[in-house]
Design a protein around this ligand. Structure first.
Ligand SMILES: [Zn+2]
Length: 284
């Protein structure tokens, strides 16, 4: 199949980040085959006048199916919002719910230029099915919590392994599985370490919320005499495949640790504004 976008403005990501005006782009069998003045006919032609054509945006931290809970539990801080509002609602989730709710989010993402997302949510296999149907790219992790209960830890690890196996079995080149423990205040260290081993074994991303609020940092210092990133480094879970969501309250030493391990940070300004988390990373 071929698609021709005629007479558009192309925002490239080449070395010089060139802007190409009045340009045609031909896509053949999912590959850009010509850029410039294209005279060939295509199966589909799109008039690109007064539009821009650019690489898709990537959302580095999502809870895709949670979009349907927007506005639920407003005017609360993170802890109250999670415990009184979001977690009780999410406990009623079903695979069918996450499938339809994530499709809604994907429609919104496609409409606004996002083509890839890094997700942490329940029923990752249902979200994978929706992702394939939407034609998006995604890294999907089953969200893991054990709330420091030994018996729950193994259940959570089994869920993670099942989600990874079903995503791999889909054999969709655009979808990858990840390991997504929720946070240091909801996951025991044993769960984090075991999750990291699964991530390494499957050569995938280890995606976790960290230092989203000052309370999280204060509680961690009180409990472990370490700040969250220092605590995670001590557990041996850091590495270049680690994605930290939020990271609002990092010390200079923690920023150095993130750099040393080449871990990544997903900055979440909209979420931080909604929950008035009050912190922002102090870039060196
Ligand atoms: Zn999050």
């Amino acid at each position: 199949m071929s698609i021709l976008v005629k007479n558009t403005t192309v925002i490239t990501q080449n070395k010089n980040r060139e802007l190409l005006k009045n340009t045609d782009v031909l896509v053949e069998n999912n590959t850009i085959s010509k850029i410039g003045n294209v005279s060939e006919k295509a199966d589909h032609t799109i008039d690109g006048k007064n539009r821009i054509l650019m690489p898709g945006l990537i959302n580095a931290h999502t809870h895709t199916a949670a979009s349907i809970l927007r506005g639920f539990g407003d005017d609360m801080n993170l802890e109250e919002w999670l415990e009184k509002s979001i977690w009780p609602a999410e406990a009623k989730l079903t695979p069918k719910y996450t499938y339809w709710a994530s499709l809604l989010s994907m429609a919104e993402m496609i409409k606004t230029g996002t083509t890839c997302f890094n997700d942490m949510y329940f029923y990752a296999d249902s979200i994978a099915k929706a992702t394939k149907e939407a034609g998006m790219r995604a890294i999907l992790g089953e969200v893991l919590f054990d709330f420091f209960k030994e018996e729950t830890k193994q259940q959570e690890l089994n869920k993670a392994k099942k989600a990874i196996d079903s995503i791999i079995a889909m054999n969709d080149l655009r979808t990858r599985a990840a390991i997504s423990p929720h946070a240091i205040y909801s996951c025991a260290p044993e769960l984090l370490v075991a999750g990291k081993k699964i991530a390494v074994k499957n050569n995938t991303i280890f995606h976790i919320h960290v230092s989203e609020t000052k309370k999280e940092v204060d509680d961690c210092v009180k409990k472990h005499k370490l700040r969250p990133i220092e605590y995670l480094e001590n557990l041996g879970v850091l590495g270049e495949n680690v994605v930290f969501a939020h990271a609002c309250y990092l010390s200079k030493n923690e920023i150095d640790i993130v750099k040393k391990h080449e871990a990544k940070i997903a900055h979440c300004p909209t979420s931080n504004m909604k929950l008035a988390t009050g912190g922002v990373i102090d870039w060196p």
